[in-house]
Write a protein that binds this ligand. Structure first.
Ligand code: XMP
Length: 327
């Protein structure tokens, strides 16, 4: 088991490719020494931490690592596809892809309470992962993308955030090569491992994914509209350079419609709410100014290209008083 959960004061902050290379070399040695010829299981969400752990373990032990990517149907557009592309096709990983969309959406149907939605998603995630683990034999280790702030905060306010939390009764030894690193160091290591920028500089994405942005009881048509509108927002932020300046930005779609006109006919649709915030630690957040020209272009594209959406709104609320997410 892991003993060393305190970052030594002498440990240099990993800020350069050279320091990252040294860290990688040391970890490859340690991982090989820890796991020998045994197999290691990893829940690969596609987030920064689990992706960097996966790349590091693939470098150290290749196909002894078994990655399981559970698509809960609440991913952003293209994200599960990217996991498959980067890890299965690019790094030749041993990757099990589970499309559990129907299971999650069926369970969530009709549930409007945010905490209950989170619970359903968290519990079902564990169930699906558990089932996949049960199909494999000879797995002795469980890898996790734990990073240093997780250790520091594990008794604090963010505990509920680790939706990918795994069953405690899994009898596997943990492999946590990033547990002494801060987020910025994880990104430097990820880059040194050759992961694409979209993955290494990915925005924080809540474990329950679009589930907390498709407000109230999730329906498939509104979830689809949200995913498309969110993809347009990301595309336009990429094009105008805001993507590199804004910490987190996304669309939320509430569960009500307003009256509009499309093709000279009455057209009832949902509003798409844009939220773009800057923060250091997600405890407080300020609002990023978006040029009106960009807002007009995004509004034009979303209202014309996304079925079901007929208005675009901008959320100007800092945290506090609003949380970053709407649910
Ligand atoms: P809030 O909404 O609390 O969010 O201001 C702060 C940061 O945490 C993310 N967040 C979550 N991440 N599971 C996660 O893994 C969750 O349930 C969850 N809820 C919020 C949010 O996106 C923001 O970056």
């Amino acid at each position: 088991m892991q003993q060393n959960n305190v970052r030594p004061e002498t440990m240099a902050r990993i800020t350069t490719p050279e320091l990252a290379a040294a860290f990688i070399e040391e970890q490859v040695r340690e991982i090989r020494a820890q796991v020998g010829d045994k197999q290691v299981l990893l829940a690969l969400s596609g987030g920064v931490d689990s992706s960097v752990v996966a790349a590091l373990l693939i470098k150290a032990i290749g196909k002894q690592l078994v990655c399981v990517h559970v698509n809960h149907g609440l991913m952003r557009k293209g994200e599960s596809e990217q996991v498959i592309e980067v890890f299965r096709n690019g790094l030749d990983a041993n990757l099990i892809y589970v499309d559990a969309t129907d299971r999650f959406l069926d369970l969530l149907a009709g549930e409007a309470d945010p905490e209950k939605k989170r619970k359903i998603i968290g519990n079902e995630f564990i169930k699906v992962f558990d089932e996949e683990a049960g199909k494999l034999s000879g797995i002795s280790f469980l890898a996790q993308g734990t990073i240093y702030p997780d250790i520091l905060e594990s008794h604090g306010v963010k505990a509920h955030h680790n939706v990918g939390g795994l069953p405690e009764d899994m009898e596997m030894e943990l492999v946590e090569p990033l547990k002494l690193l801060y987020k910025d160091e994880v990104r430097v290591v990820g880059k040194a491992l050759g992961l694409p920028d979209e993955m290494v500089f990915r925005q924080p994405f809540p474990g329950p994914g679009l589930g907390v942005r498709c407000l109230g009881a999730i329906t498939r048509d509104r979830l689809h509209a949200l995913r498309e509108a969110d993809a347009i927002l990301r595309e336009e932020f990429d094009k105008c350079g805001l993507a590199g300046k804004v910490w987190q930005y996304f669309v939320a779609v509430p569960d009500f419609k307003s009256v509009g006109v499309r093709d000279n006919k009455r057209y009832e649709g949902w509003p798409a709410i844009i939220r773009a915030v800057n923060t250091v630690d997600a405890m407080t957040a300020t609002i990023e100014e978006i040029p009106y020209a960009v807002l007009h272009r995004i509004t034009d594209r979303i209202t014309h290209e996304v079925e079901g959406i007929n208005r675009v709104l901008l959320d100007l609320t800092p945290k506090p008083i609003g949380t970053i997410e709407w649910e």
